[in-house]
Design a protein around this ligand. Structure first.
Ligand code: MD3
Ligand code: FE
Length: 201
């Protein structure tokens, strides 16, 4: 479905993953995070993100004093990022009308008061390729508005929800205002994991 007709290309599948699929995906992500631990990147200004991050796949998005980029290795361990689980690449093949598979999957962990300010995703080489987002755990208040500026609106992203940012929505401004603490029991200790599948190259 397209929840906002004035934001064409923003596609949303509430509850796309059922509870068994959420549990299985979380286990796969936790196994990957044992190899590529979550860390808190800093902005180029040196301020740490409130969100903890890691990556899966051939390339991972990183940020530090030198700026933003995609790179093949974890900044702390130096090891290659773990593979993207087939459960996620299958979702991309099913939902995204794009000829190539994702080559990057950013893992964001929100705990407590973590949030993400309004931004655009434009570090990918081909901004025509979609981004596919999968939410696990606590519900988030997501905000999205047109690329050119103008009114934003909010949508609650709950555990198992999937959305795709395609075509004109690919450069939409978006962010996470806050979590609804205690809204899900999926993640031990509470919080939310968002997985974004992308084409970085
Ligand atoms: C709209 N993540 O990783 S997911 C990000 O919940 C990011 O962690 C948020 O923004 C999160 O860059 C939002 C939904 C989402 C993802 C990518 C988008 C919305 C988007 C790219 C373009 C437009
Ligand atoms: Fe983003």
């Amino acid at each position: 479905m397209e929840p906002f007709p004035d934001l064409p290309g923003f596609l949303y599948w509430p509850g796309r993953l059922d509870e068994p699929a959420r549990i299985a995906l979380l286990a796969e992500v936790e196994a990957a995070l044992a190899i590529a631990p979550l860390y808190r990147p800093a902005t180029s200004g040196g301020k740490p993100f409130s969100v903890q991050m890691s990556n899966l796949g051939p390339l991972g998005w990183v940020s530090d004093r030198a700026g933003y980029r995609y790179q093949p290795t974890h900044p702390a361990t130096g090891a290659p990022w773990p593979a993207i689980p087939p459960r996620l690449t299958d979702l991309w093949s099913t939902l995204c009308d794009w000829p190539a598979p994702p080559d990057a999957c950013l893992v964001n962990l929100y705990r407590d008061a973590a949030r993400m300010g309004l931004h655009q995703d434009r570090d990918e080489a081909d901004l025509g390729a979609p981004v596919l987002s999968v939410s696990l755990g606590d519900t988030a208040v997501f905000r999205i508005g047109p690329a050119a500026g103008g009114p934003t609106r909010s949508l609650r992203l709950a555990s198992g929800d999937v959305c795709a940012l395609t075509g004109p929505a690919r450069l939409a401004r978006h962010g996470i205002d806050r979590l609804l603490a205690g809204s899900s029991q999926l993640i031990p200790g509470g919080g939310r994991i968002n997985l974004t599948l992308r084409r970085a190259t």
